[in-house]
Design a protein. Sequence first.
Length: 360
Amino acid sequence: MTHFTFETTSRPTPADQRKILLEDPKFGRVFTDHMAIIHYSEDKGWHDAKITPRQPLPLDPASTVFHYGQEIFEGMKAYKGRDGKPLLFRPQANAARFAASARRLAMAELPEDLLLDSIRSLLKLDQEWIPTGEGQSLYLRPFMISNEVFLGVKPSHEYLYVLLASPAGAYFSHGCVSVWVTDRYTRAAPGGTGEAKCGGNYASSLVAQMEASANGCDQVLFLDAVEKRYVEEMGGMNIMFVRHDGSVVTPPLNGSILRGVTRDSLLRLGRHMGITMVEEPLVMDEVFAAIEKGDIAEAFACGTAAVVSPIGVFKRESGDVKFGDGNTPGETTMKLRKALESIQRDEAEDPFGWRYRVAL
Ligand code: COI
């Protein structure tokens, strides 16, 4: 069993300054005082687990991550439960996906209990950073990089696991999200790394995200890489549509779509609420036509960071379609969002046992 040692910062953020930072942290810009770090080597396995002050990593420039990109990450959120204690949402699902990503990138697997222990140990020192305002949480970012010093192309024999915590507000700061459908770029091909949560997938999405921004959109939506017809996922989140009969449809997992924990939770929660939840391939042209005819009445983005974010408009080279005035969230979208958030925030029954109390 690997135990964490604790090195606390000599310069903690003063409480009054932290209070100001937590008022409106936005997403991904504010960090807590500490981080978790664990080393891996082939001979020692996972070892030297520490909580340290948050600080730069000393890395040799020949570390393989800089050259061949063995990097994976996760995103999860901590909330404050009604008893004031930290609460996570399905962290075991993130740990399982982290291990699956490691296997795809030929990296060492971090055992689930070590990942959970890193969160528990970090929160022991930094739990005061969990914000409690509407839509706020402490975003947790576990990641792993390869750090063997070697320029040959092969799986590294050494890895570093790091956990950061970042108080965050809503990922999208405004009402409905606008989505650019790219016909030019694809995200993941069959047999590729689409299902893994690796930095490379996000790096390759950025130029398409720039294309989306240049067309006035918040997010990019990718089609399948083979036929360029089927809806896959967006730059950093999955997508769902609501038909006019109230049923919800999302593309099935096909190896190139990320296995979203939020996606899976919504499929199960929606069914529990009596909503018909369908996993079915969706042809983009047909989706545009169905939105125009009113057969598809709502769409939303879903992910850990995005939670459930209503989509107002889709744009594409060939034309645009929007829902109503393009800025009014749909009813089913908001019903699902409320149901999910109420479980995450300890405000409703937890029929699936998804909440995870962190014993500090
Ligand atoms: C998440 O939802 O946690 C993500 O990883 C998306 C993102 C901000 C890259």
